[in-house]
Ligand binder design. Structure first.
Ligand SMILES: Nc1nc2c(ncn2[C@@H]2O[C@H](COP(=O)(O)OP(=O)(O)OP(=O)(O)O)[C@@H](O)[C@H]2O)c(=O)[nH]1
Ligand SMILES: [Mg+2]
Length: 560
């Protein structure tokens, strides 16, 4: 097969071609090396489309729709490439598809808690019925779960927002609201999750999810607000106060897939590994009649059936001494460590195929005993050449004597390749089955640590706050997680809420601290969304001059 003109690795270039026939497969040549900025486009139907790099701003959702191109072949170029600049091959919007293969940016939000309500019992013969307002329900949680059937992050190219449901509001007769619906974000095995920040900054790794079935509670839903029945006390028998539900946490996440290839193709240089990959998948790696044509691993998705697919990696050739860093193999052998099955291709046209086979096996063993223990199949390639055909019988006998049943093929003519795919797939299934049992044991690891941290922050005390003074506007900013949460959950329509807030500011030491810092008559005090004016004569904030701030970060110039 002739080499594909569109595939040639260069320094910071990566290129890819997605052949989207009925099997919908895609392959990647190199997925590293870009410093493109993340772009975000909003389409008509309020769906955000994400992409990278020089993505054309006129991109539309349909341009990114793989299915809609199902009978064509789509070429994908990413920047850093000469061809990218000439306008001809640079298709609008196409790079995003490639990026979406192994990276995605998504928005997650836990459900807000439902509000509590104020209600009183009214019964015919009970003139002063007590408070009966129920609490709001808890907001839905956001989970992340590994779906073993996924092997790319492509589904996120269209599905970006994941919002859990809001808790229902409380009702009279002390009826609590129902819990909001949970949302489960399904990711492929090998997905690394980080918090995404503005300006493309990446946060620390939050989760690394490797095994199908793993499930992490990422964002817990907000607490339901209390209804007035919950505020009843000895001193306040008819409370006219209820809380708002707590807001659910929101976050942008960067997802990155470190692809876990199922099958690794190994063998000596020039054996026909890349040719085999191109014969069994839509991948079109560079193929040439010299050793070390393949410099970087190529990935291809092999589809046997509608839902039977496997990711196959074609690796650079192995030479004697590869385990010591000789040749290129060393760098890439570690990629095979994640493969479940190996396909060992032997060049049948070589002078001593048996020797070549042993030498490569030895390299694998020397690199890592674990690698040599992986299940593998042997493929004797180039059977179309007479010299290979002649030596096949002796090679086969040689291996059979050692209990190995080799396959033969002409990868170039696509002969014998189907049997290889079927055999590799069967081995893969066996391997997955046997692993499943052992993998269930993995993990004292706390997958819910993100949610735990959020819960911890939520429980933070209202006594912990900081005060910042802006002398230009005589404004005092009081900030603390506990206070912020209190303000957010306060339903200001009830006059008792204001009194309760005054009381809290007194009790947790805010007023005292402000006086100590020298607050003056008429100064403004801002606590989260609340803005107040300080009055000395009553030594505290006057509730009549307290007001909810305009939403947004705009400074409130007037005083109330
Ligand atoms: N006649 C014949 N030639 C083949 C066959 N398979 C591969 N070749 C040729 O062998 C040469 C090497 O093929 P590649 O697929 O690049 O081999 P490779 O194992 O990927 O090589 P490296 O990437 O360099 O390790 C090319 O010239 C192919 O056309 C085959 O079945 N029959
Ligand atoms: Mg190759």
């Amino acid at each position: 097969m002739a080499s594909s003109p569109s595939i040639h690795p260069s320094d910071s270039t990566y290129e890819a071609r997605a052949s989207l026939g009925s099997n919908s497969s895609i392959f990647v040549q190199d997925i590293e090396g870009s410093d493109d900025e993340f772009l975000e486009f909003e389409s008509d139907d309020d769906e955000v489309i994400l992409g990278y790099g020089s993505m054309h701003p006129e991109v539309e959702a349909s341009d990114l729709d793989l299915e809609s191109e199902s009978d064509g072949e789509l070429e994908v170029y990413l920047d850093g490439d000469d061809e990218f600049g000439n306008g001809e091959v640079k298709e609008k919007g196409v790079p995003a598809i490639m990026r979406c293969f192994d990276s995605a940016k998504i928005y997650v939000k836990a459900g807000d808690g439902g509000n509590g309500v104020v209600a009183f019992r009214r019964e015919k013969f009970v003139p002063f019925g007590g408070p009966s307002g129920g609490d709001g329900g808890k907001g839905g949680d956001v989970y992340v779960e590994v779906d073993g059937a996924m092997n790319s992050l492509l589904p996120f190219r269209k599905n970006v927002h994941f919002r859990a449901g809001r808790g229902r509001h409380g009702q009279g007769r002390k009826q609590a609201g129902a819990k909001g619906e949970d949302v489960v974000v399904k990711v492929a095995p090998g997905t690394v999750i980080r918090e995404a920040f503005k300006g493309g900054m990446q946060g620390e790794v939050l989760l690394e999810l490797m095994h199908p079935g793993q499930r992490a509670l990422l964002l817990p839903g907000g607490r339901g607000g209390r209804g007035n029945a919950s505020f009843k006390s000895g001193t306040n028998k008819v409370p006219k106060i209820a809380e708002n539900g707590e807001e659910g946490t929101e976050m942008w996440l960067d997802l990155e897939l470190k692809l876990v290839a199922d099958v690794g193709i190994v063998g000596a240089p020039n054996a026909g590994k890349s040719t085999l990959l191109s014969a069994i998948s839509a991948a079109q790696p560079t193929i040439a009649n010299y050793p070390f044509t393949t410099l970087l691993p190529n990935l291809g998705v092999v589809s046997l059936d509608f839902d039977a697919t496997m990711v196959v990696a074609d690796l650079p050739g192995l030479l004697e001494g590869a385990h010591r860093g000789f040749g290129l193999g060393h760098e890439f052998l570690r990629h095979t460590e994640r493969c479940s099955v190996l396909v060992h291709v032997v060049d049948g046209s070589g002078l001593q195929p048996e020797y070549e086979f042993d030498a490569v096996r030895l390299e694998l063993e020397l690199f890592s005993p674990g690698l040599a223990e992986k299940p593998y199949i042997v493929v004797y390639n180039k059977m179309d050449l007479p010299e290979a055909y002649e030596r096949w019988d002796s090679f086969k006998e040689h291996l059979q004597a050692r209990g190995i049943q080799p396959f033969c093929s002409s990868a170039m003519n696509r002969q014998g390749t189907h049997d290889i795919v079927v055999a590799a797939y069967e081995l893969l299934m066996e391997e997955r089955k046997s692993k499943r049992g052992s993998e269930e044991w993995t993990g004292p690891l706390n997958l819910n640590h993100v949610a735990d941290t959020i819960q911890k922050q939520r429980r933070s005390s209202m006594n912990e706050f900081e005060i910042f003074y802006d002398s230009s506007s005589n404004t005092w900013h009081v900030d603390g997680a506990g206070l912020r949460r209190f303000v957010q959950m306060t339903d200001w329509q009830y006059s008792e809420s204001l009194r309760r807030f005054q009381h809290v500011l007194e009790a947790c030491g805010v007023n005292k601290s402000l006086i100590k810092r020298g607050i003056k008559e008429g100064d403004t005090v801002i606590i989260s969304e609340m803005e107040m004016v300080w009055h000395d004569e009553i030594q505290k904030n006057d509730s009549s001059s307290m007001r909810k701030r305009a939403t947004g970060s705009v400074k409130w110039p007037q005083l109330y």
